[in-house]
Design a protein around this ligand. Structure first.
Ligand code: GLA
Length: 385
């Protein structure tokens, strides 16, 4: 992680003046996977891993960004009438400028240095952290008011329309609105959020499978298409449904014959997952860690068997975790096809859990998992000195 001093010194080296600093976190999702783009429920928390941006205004209409990770500086003209994606990291940066400008925000030129501790490709939302840090920086430079719900929506729009990934609202929303020591149960239709405190008897532990299968974004968009197909086929019999959020498990079962086996299983994951999220939030709030964990385990089985977004390595990691003492529950987190798992672990058992998972996972796969216990953070904002 770049310290505040390193970031400032780095900025001075590149741009020759003093910056102000912004941070935007990555996330882990406790439960509610692929439900966001079905108008459903999710329960993410913002992580200590974050993107940090050092920023200063310019007098012209140029946006210049240096990535510490990539080691390159790129420029973008805010007056470019037809901005095109370049299919690299800059799409997340300039896509946000395009989305903000498209929403009528009068942006100004800026020099920015970004550095991130969110591991790329691990399913912890490095892209959303980058987008949100840029969006917040640009609005600050322009002296515009910042509405964090609107910012999340515009960053999602940038990813949907400029990057070409049809993601839901989860990653950008939690990066904007995360709350210290809490997960947020979010209704992705109304965008109402309910903070759920993390019971001090438990810790959220994230383990990286260290694999990322390249099919991720193509398969992601296919899952989304299956959900839309299910809604199209069910709407004539179920009445005014707009999304799978409006379908109950009983309604789906009764009309199973209208769907192909694959579409039915995709829909079953979503409608059962929505119920699990609502119940898990109540269980966590009531201190029923065993119930919350059991729902996380069920969520993993549903992602593995019905939604088919897990993979061998992640299943191994989850199996190892679920069998260890002091573990309430464990599941894959994020978009899928690799990345990280999230486990709810008894506070006193965390050290042994991390050692045992690391050893058993390496024995089974030859891979060294990075594992950490996290404490939920605030969403985007100024980075204090
Ligand atoms: C990715 C997307 C999110 C969400 C998750 C799956 O992280 O960006 O919108 O759909 O996958 O829950």
């Amino acid at each position: 992680m770049f310290s505040v001093d390193e970031l400032k010194a780095g900025f001075r080296d590149i741009y020759g003046r003093e910056p102000f600093l912004i941070r935007a976190p990555g996330r882990v999702n406790l439960i509610g996977e692929h439900t966001d783009y079905n108008d459903g429920f999710i329960m993410p928390a913002a992580l200590e891993y974050e993107t940090r941006a050092a920023v200063a205004p310019r007098a012209d209409r140029i946006l210049r960004v240096h990535s510490a990770k990539i080691g390159e500086t790129r420029e973008f003209d805010l007056d470019n009438p037809a901005p095109q994606p370049k299919h690299d990291w800059t799409d997340y940066v300039f896509g946000v400028a395009v989305a903000l400008a498209g929403a009528g925000k009068a942006l100004k030129g800026a020099d920015i240095l970004v550095a991130s501790s969110v591991p790329v490709g691990s399913g912890l939302s490095s892209s959303a952290a980058l987008e949100v840090s840029i969006g917040y920086s640009l609005l600050t430079v322009a002296g515009l008011p910042i509405d964090k719900v609107e910012l999340a929506k515009l960053c999602q729009k940038a990813e949907n329309e400029f990057v070409g990934m049809r993601c839901g609202i989860m990653d950008q929303f939690i990066s904007c609105n995360g709350q210290h020591d809490h997960a947020l149960m979010i209704d992705c239709r109304s965008l109402e959020k309910r903070p759920v405190p993390i019971d001090p008897r438990a810790r959220i532990v994230v383990a990286n499978s260290m694999v990322h299968h390249e099919l991720a974004s193509g398969e992601y968009n296919k899952r989304r298409a299956s959900c839309e197909e299910a809604v199209r086929r069910l709407a004539p019999v179920l009445g005014s449904i707009k999304a799978l959020r409006d379908v109950t498990p009983a309604g789906l079962e009764a009309n199973k014959a209208l769907l192909s086996d694959v579409t039915y299983r995709r829909a079953r994951h979503i409608v059962t997952e929505n119920e699990r999220v609502v119940e898990a939030a109540d269980a966590l709030a009531a201190g029923d860690l065993a119930r919350c964990g059991a729902l996380m385990n069920q969520s993993h089985a549903s992602m593995r068997d019905d939604y088919e977004i897990s993979c061998e390595e992640v299943d191994v990691l989850v199996d190892i975790a679920q069998k260890l003492p002091g573990v309430f529950g464990s599941r894959m987190t994020g978009g899928g096809f690799g990345g990280c798992t999230v486990s709810l672990v008894e506070a006193g058992a965390v050290d042994a859990f991390m050692t045992n998972v690391r050893t058993a996972y390496e024995t089974a796969t030859g891979l060294k998992s990075t594992i950490f216990a996290c404490s939920p953070q605030q969403g985007v904002g100024p980075l204090a000195d």
